[in-house]
Ligand binder design. Structure first.
Ligand SMILES: [Zn+2]
Length: 401
């Protein structure tokens, strides 16, 4: 997809920029400090401690004296949201409540892609609403889902905040979506439905507890589904990769992290492995948490984290350092200029287990976070030490004091 300023109505672009003052827009991403005619911030595009990122309101232009990036408000949004020119225009238009003149965009292909993407986004949202309504429908088939939520001690407001839902069977969702007039192919391409035997469409998450995966633009892009009964296969299943969902560029809870950043500076971002760790920590007051959703961290995810903080706290299950993929993920974070520390967990426990013992228990673990090198050494020491300790003696504070 290629396009440029020429392909969009010049008057529209002018109005768009007028209604999106560069200082207003950038202050949603970085904390700006006004000195004279210039606003300064620590650069959101490179790692630094003293501000060299300058925004000139008069010229509606930004420039970083550290890494050299510069441009206008459209370029800024394009770079910071990892999108293309049209994507940036759309974000700014929606911010200013302006209608984008679609027929001014260049190729037919781009228009088709946009149509398809929009349809898929609507399918995801409709599906999320359907799952949500199932959860509290009073249907006896939702009891297992509610039981799981109650066992995990999630409050109704947490459930609502994360939009958890219930798939009750394989046919409820296809029936519901059939009444909405979507194209069959879009339903399949969105990943929510799968073509079953005899070509019948079935819910890809049939029967599972549903965790919507929401991007930084507040769009539902995929679902994580947890199996509720015992089985030999994996407990969690994500929506397949689609036009909307690229797992390696997504972090679970990035939507709420973005909202948090608008309220306050984020000292560090806690990175956990899964949905439940994220939700439990969030509920306990650790709102600065995201999950990599079970894959080794990627460069794109590292960059995403860096937009919110330069400090990453890795809070994985106890034994993670033994796995090569995990260690490579941490190296990737470092390569992107993040200051990485590892949060030690008591043997055999994950963050969800620890935070259930109380906020303080997890805070103690956070307080003893250490650089990776130290963590590796301590892991070895602990392994040796544990052979001679009783299980009841194991906890963060005593081991890591
Ligand atoms: Zn810079």
């Amino acid at each position: 997809m290629s396009s440029n300023y020429k392909s969009i109505d010049a008057r529209f672009m002018e109005e768009l920029k007028q209604k999106n003052d560069i200082v207003d827009v950038i202050s949603g991403y970085a904390s700006l400090d006004k000195k004279g005619n210039t606003h300064w911030a620590c650069c959101p595009f490179h790692h630094e401690r003293t501000p060299s990122f300058a925004v000139n309101q008069g010229e509606q232009f930004y420039h970083c004296f550290g890494c050299g990036v510069s441009g206008d408000v459209v370029k800024f949004v394009k770079e910071i949201e990892n999108t293309d020119f049209i994507g940036a225009v759309r974000i700014l238009a929606s911010r200013a409540k302006m209608e984008v003149p679609e027929n001014n965009f260049d190729s037919e292909k781009a228009q088709e892609d946009k149509k398809k993407r929009d349809a898929m986004a609507k399918i995801m949202l409709d599906s999320a609403r359907f799952y949500l309504s199932n959860l509290y429908s009073g249907d006896s088939r939702a009891e297992a889902h509610l039981q799981y939520i109650s066992n995990r001690k999630l409050s109704p407001s947490t459930v609502k905040k994360f939009g958890l839902g219930a798939s009750l069977d394989f046919f409820g969702l296809p029936d519901y979506l059939a009444g909405k007039g979507y194209f069959r192919q879009d339903l399949i391409d969105s990943g929510v439905l799968t073509e079953g035997k005899n070509g019948r469409l079935v819910d890809s998450q049939g029967g599972r507890l549903i965790f919507p995966i929401i991007n930084a633009l507040d769009e539902v892009v995929a679902f994580g589904g947890r199996l509720l009964e015992k089985a030999d296969f994996a407990k969690y299943k994500n929506t397949k990769e689609t036009m909307l969902f690229n797992k390696s560029k997504t972090l679970y809870n990035i939507n709420l992290l973005k909202k948090l950043k608008r309220k306050q500076a984020i000292q560090n971002v806690i990175i956990v492995e899964g949905y439940m760790d994220t939700i439990s920590l969030y509920q306990a007051g650790f709102e600065n948490v995201v999950a990599s959703m079970g894959t080794a961290l990627t460069k794109e995810q590292a960059r995403l984290v860096k937009r919110y903080s330069e400090n990453a706290l890795i809070s994985y299950d106890g034994d993670f350092a033994g796995q090569k993929n995990n260690l490579r993920g941490l190296e990737i974070l470092k390569d992107e200029g993040l200051n990485v520390r590892v949060v030690p967990m008591p043997e055999g426990l994950d963050p969800d287990d620890v935070v259930k013992q109380g906020k303080d228990a997890y805070q103690k673990c956070l307080d003893s976070a250490m650089p990776l090198v130290d963590y590796k050494i301590h892991s070895l020491e602990r392994k040796y030490d544990l052979k001679r300790r009783k299980k009841s003696e194991r906890s963060c504070p005593t081991l890591w004091a």
